[in-house]
Ligand binder design. Sequence first.
Ligand code: ATP
Ligand code: MG
Length: 419
Amino acid sequence: MLTQAPRGTKDVLPADSFRWQYLEAKMRSAAALAGYREVRTPVFEHTELFLRGVGDTTDIVQKEMYTFKDKGDRSVTLKPEGTAGAVRCFLEHNLYADALPCKMYYLNAPIFRYENPQSGRLREHHQFGLECFGAKEATADAELILLAYNLLKDLGIRNLSVEINSIGCRNCRPEYHARLKEFLGGRIGRMCESCRERFDRNPLRVIDCKEKACQELTKDAPSMLDLLCDECRAHFEQLKQCLAAAGIPFRVNSRIVRGLDYYTKTVFELVTETKDGKLTVCGGGRYDNLVAQIGEQDIPAVGFGMGLERVLMLLEAEGIEISKPLQYDIFVTYMGEHRLQAFDLVRRLRQDGIRADLDHCGRSLKAQFKYANKTGAPLTAVIGDEEAANGTVKIKSMATGEETTVPVDEACGRVRTMI
Ligand code: ATP
Ligand code: MG
């Protein structure tokens, strides 16, 4: 127990964090290019926010939330998704009072869902998410899809498909719900247990079921696309025009409905094919009613969430290398009596912006060499009796074996020319 992380969580080890940092840098610059700025919201929120925001008929709220009472007897929940918190923040700080749209992104936001842990499915995962408040035009939806697509492409991910759908709005969806219920009604007996519950509370959810049998059952279910009102239809057409103009190979898939209640009009997923089947890396859509549902302002919005673990999984699966940064430019070895000189040299090197270190573990000179080699430092420095006596240091290139002895005062300059 003590030395085992909770099920469904993952450590990022010091030797691997460069992969995350690489990804994060790419994500930040993709967001910045389109004017999105970072927002940071708390890891937990009042439970009520998610009941109201995510929707209490969803699997997330029904089964997956980490909810508990704090010591003040308030019910709080660890974020099961990023949008509700962003909306709360947008409203609390009156960000709608500024010129809209308000564009924000969150990076590395930890998301908690009590799911059945398996490949690509964790209990704590991390998302890169973007939200654009106050933009009703389909250009905003298209810009987000384009941003996600270009980001993943740029990372080297192939086999990407963009699947889009429209799930309508308050005006046209009720009719669809009714038709869907009629269709599903005769099939209840053959649905999985969860879908039987979903049937009553929110029939749209049945389309989203991951069980093979349920997917088969709903193969010929009515499509929302046939029932869109004029406004939703025009919006969807505009979205398709923008994507086509941008050369994005998208596919209209009426089975994309998304697992959260707040979506209206556009929903989309970026999907890749892996050896274990389809994997969704990114999902999002428009949520024109959510802001009004949580606050008083009626403000349309659109956004997406992308799982960092899943992106990293794909990079690995597709054999895309991320170059590993050096831990050290130079490792300073020394004979025991000269530790102060070694310590001081390392201090000077670091002050000069050179990544440097010395032995802190009482190793022999020979063991220090071995260790230096293991760190991958391209240079080593030696402070032996002779160097200490002369105020010099010997610098050795690990690649060529070439050695040069310089006065300590010139060490930084020389190291610079060698790296
Ligand atoms: P799925 O259909 O795979 O369950 P979802 O629709 O529940 O995904 P979203 O709520 O849209 O996922 O979250 C956005 C993204 O976050 C997903 O596309 C995925 O990359 C990632 N994600 C979601 N749930 C998990 C999880 N349990 N573990 C790891 N990544 C996840
Ligand atoms: Mg899910």
